[in-house]
Design a protein around this ligand. Structure first.
Ligand code: CO
Length: 140
């Protein structure tokens, strides 16, 4: 069912500092930071040939990653995002198998404008899994 890894998301306490660190230490190409206010995050992407790391910093009062940063003040891995061709097929399959979709169980529009859902970490060895629908030939 799952396709490529689209991104691995890491929460950081200081996005600009982290972006510079990954660029300078690892020689990585890092995108300019951007604010996604409606998702409560500022993000920058560390590009590589076969996927990307998304560095995320909380933004605003009710950021969904503020609690994570409190528990992990130095930052840490937050989720893995796999691409799927049909988010609705994936949801039906997973719910039939007993996996828990976070929130109200409905598909949302993710930070990249594509349909996404998140699966409960307790169902996947302590790891939050994001599924993102990528239109055929439309990988971003
Ligand atoms: Co993500």
């Amino acid at each position: 069912m799952i396709g490529r890894i689209n991104h691995i998301a890491i929460v950081v306490p200081d996005l600009d500092g982290a972006a510079a660190h990954w660029r300078d230490m690892l020689g990585a190409a890092v995108s300019a930071p951007k604010t996604i206010a409606e998702h409560g995050v500022r993000v920058a992407f560390v590009r590589s040939a076969n996927g990307q790391v998304e560095l995320m910093e909380p933004y605003g009062e009710n950021s969904p990653i503020a609690g994570f940063l409190k528990r992990h003040p130095d930052g840490g891995m937050h989720h893995i995002c796999y691409e799927v061709s049909s988010i609705d097929d994936a949801r039906v399959h997973l719910e039939a198998k007993g996996a828990r979709v976070l929130g109200d169980g409905k598909v949302k529009t993710g930070a990249h404008g594509n349909p996404v859902l998140f699966l409960h970490p307790k169902d996947f060895n302590g790891t939050l899994i994001e599924l993102e629908q990528i239109a055929a030939g439309g990988a971003n």
